[in-house]
Ligand binder design. Structure first.
Ligand code: HAM
Length: 416
């Protein structure tokens, strides 16, 4: 029979890598609570319309990358390709704008994009992200960006670059797009077929093309920074000033565009030289029209999301504390009940305990204790049962001592 493999672009995560995931997940929960963010969990699938309206029907994500299916009642549903639209939908639907203060969320979980899999790029991948609503101050942009960079620093991921831009707003962007289209048309013959198609639909995306000829032409195109309205310009100046208060270094990148259409004003990305082609660790920005467009109040929003697989790839240095294990061994099957009870008492005390029910004899049990890398083996045999004690063998030094059961917990607290 044919072996069934995991679908392309998905991966199984297990030990030892899973320990890094636990570490990262715990770090996210601990870090974002310090900023008063509350965790939000939204469904893995949503009505497809949420994403076509939220992310933009002209984006690559919506046009090419969504896992969309119809359910048995003919509804069009989509596995979420990102979570910002879902968090906005959840806030509107649950009236959180009126009931929750402050409106700051963080999330983590799987996203789905029909992308070309390669190192750091998957079809099912995990993001963690944050969304802050109801605050249009430039300082909040800086705080969100600070938190992203500082979080990476706390994980000892420091060789990163923060790129910053302002992508304008519906007041100033349309006029800029016309100027950009004109410039792109003038260089049309030098652009790849894909970029030629983007000129009319989504010319900003030409800046994303990795083809050398397109990148070279795009280097001559006008940039949005020279076409911002006064409000966007002032906002951007204030964001940069607040970033300097917070000691966050950044690179102004006038050609930074984002793959999702909802952004207004501030846009940013953090990249790492360690990742090769898929070098974005995280990206985000302000989206002051999305909430209204999805049927909510006229309210500002800003956030970012990070690719957790890409962060995990940076945690090679992480030395996770070895999982300390106690192994309970029994000298003869007649002492198995005692061994089971001892294991139970020890687990109640919080120790990770392994007991081998298949252990035919002590030699095999000690071999197993070595294989699970137990720190101590606690042996119960006739002598120990009679004297209400246990023999404790240090698996590294092979030293063995006998300890009365009543003193075992105190001894372990000191020595384990
Ligand atoms: P995004 O730039 O599309 O933004 O994705 C954010 C991050 O998710 C990327 O920087 C990357 O690390 C990771 N990522 C994206 N696609 C993949 C993939 N196929 N495989 C592995 N990792 C991937 C958003 O998703 C926005 N919702 C961010 C945001 C939140 N903006 C405002 N609030």
């Amino acid at each position: 029979m044919n072996e069934i493999k995991a679908p392309k672009g998905t991966r199984d995560i297990f030990a030892p890598e899973i320990h890094k995931w636990h570490y990262l997940e715990n770090a996210i929960h601990a870090y974002y609570k310090k900023f008063l963010y509350q965790e939000i969990r939204t469904p893995i699938f949503e009505h497809s319309e949420l994403f076509s309206r939220g992310i933009g029907s002209e984006t690559e994500v919506v046009q090419k990358e969504m896992y969309t299916f119809t359910d048995k009642s003919d509804r069009s549903l989509t596995l979420r390709p990102e979570n910002t639209a879902s968090v906005v939908r959840a806030a509107i639907e649950n009236n959180l704008f009126e009931n929750l203060v402050p409106l700051r969320f963080y999330y983590l979980g799987p996203m789905f994009r029909y992308d070309k899999p390669q190192k750091g790029r998957y079809r099912q991948f995990q993001q963690f992200g944050v969304e802050v609503f109801a605050d249009d101050s430039p300082q909040v942009d800086a705080e969100v960006i600070f938190s992203a960079v500082d979080f990476l620093k706390k994980l000892e991921i420091e060789s990163v670059q923060l790129d910053l831009n302002s992508v304008g707003c519906p007041q100033c962007r349309p006029a800029y797009l016309e100027v950009l289209k004109k410039a792109a048309r003038a260089e049309e013959s030098k652009l790849c077929a894909d970029c030629r198609r983007k000129i009319d639909g989504n010319p900003l995306r030409i800046f994303d093309c990795k083809q050398p000829a397109c990148a070279e032409a795009a280097g001559r195109f006008p940039v949005i920074g020279d076409h911002l309205c006064a409000e966007c310009r002032e906002h951007f100046v204030a964001v940069r000033e607040a970033l300097s208060w917070m000691n966050v270094p950044f690179v102004l990148n006038p050609r930074l565009v984002r793959g999702l259409d909802y952004y207004t004003k501030t846009a940013f990305e953090v990249t790492s030289g360690q990742l090769g082609a898929q070098n974005a660790l995280l990206g985000g920005g302000r989206y002051n029209n999305l909430i209204k467009e999805l049927g909510g109040p006229d309210m500002a929003g800003i956030g970012f999301a990070a690719g957790m697989e890409r962060i995990i790839l940076h945690l090679e240095h992480l030395e996770l504390p070895g999982r300390k294990i106690l192994f309970v061994a029994y000298g003869d099957p007649q002492w198995l009940a005692h061994a089971v009870q001892l294991a139970e008492v020890l687990r109640e005390e919080g120790y990770p305990v392994y007991l081998d029910y298949q252990g035919k004899n002590l030699k095999k049990q000690f071999k197993k204790a070595d294989r699970v890398a137990a720190a101590f083996t606690l042996l119960l045999a006739e002598d120990e049962i009679r004297s209400s004690s246990v023999s404790v063998k240090n698996m590294a030094t092979q030293e063995q001592i006998k300890i009365p059961l009543k003193d075992l917990n105190a001894w372990l607290k000191e020595n384990f």
